[in-house]
Design a protein around this ligand. Sequence first.
Ligand SMILES: *[C@@H]1O[C@H](CO)[C@@H](O)[C@H](O)[C@H]1NC(C)=O
Length: 345
Amino acid sequence: MASGASSSPPLPVLSLAAVVVVLLLLAARGGATPPHPLRGVRPLAFDEGYAQIFGSSNLALLRDGRRVRLALDESTGAGFASQDLFLHGFFSAAIKLPADYAAGVVVAFYLSNGDVYEKTHDELDFEFLGNVRGREWRVQTNVYGNGSTHAGREERYDLPFDPTDDFHHYSILWTSQRIIFYVDETPIREVVRTAAMGAAFPSKPMSLYATIWDGSTWATLGGRYRVNYRYAPFVAEFADLVIRGCAGDPAERDPHSAAAAACEARAGLEALAVPAERRAAMAAFRRAHTSYSYCHDRRRYPVALAECGAAALLPGRMFGPDGMRQHGRRARRGGRRVGAQDDAM
Ligand SMILES: *[C@@H]1O[C@H](CO)[C@@H](O)[C@H](O)[C@H]1NC(C)=O
């Protein structure tokens, strides 16, 4: 009604102000700033999207199910998974790792469909490898497609902060075109789908998992640094659980079907890909913090895998023939290579 125009103005202005205040309060809440793709996305409470998969009372819900505590002790680790499988999406959690001595402890935040496709499974990983003798935690990302477990595509990083001090956001974007791993605001790795990569690019619906487990046998080739349960329980906390994606039917075998494309477009996933102005930040993080790169591991891959092109490549002089970061000064002095054995994790 034309006459209504003069009587209504204060209300929308007030409510707009209220919305702004609420948004500011939300933004100020919690220690870490949510990464760009998380802005405006509502984290799910545990019951809304997840279910416990193991660990009985070693999984505890806090804050109305908005925070999940996973513990590892002598009896068991613990873990949860998404209720749905997803074909593409943006997956994120704020994670705080166990403090103090945590050798052999592994915390993982990952996508997998190993339950559904035993021989041809896909997987996208954030793995946190427990600190060794008080050294810092290391983070590993990995990509498997169609059962390509013989060809690991691991990268490891030293974090520029102490991940046991506070929550930090770790996120995985998976679209039909690319995979991006983020630490907080910063994209740290991008894998672009290429024809050469073929089925090694994950292409079937996956569930999201968060787990803590005893990695003694895996993380300690050579029998060093087993989990020491005198320091138990080891506790990892998960918050800001976000899934923005396309719940998929496990029978959906064509990641490029019209239905998959339509859902991906609705979810706006490609729009989340690294904008030009974040590329420099990604490159800077990679140069400063990459401690291992499969693309530079000539012992494992005498010929680098197909996707190790210019985009994925870091300067070759940064790495030794085993793909491990060379610390210039140490190498020149001819001192003992620290960490080669530990990093064989
Ligand atoms: C995935 O692996 C299976 C078994 O090795 C193979 O038969 C199939 O062709 C592969 N899929 C693609 C898309 O290459």
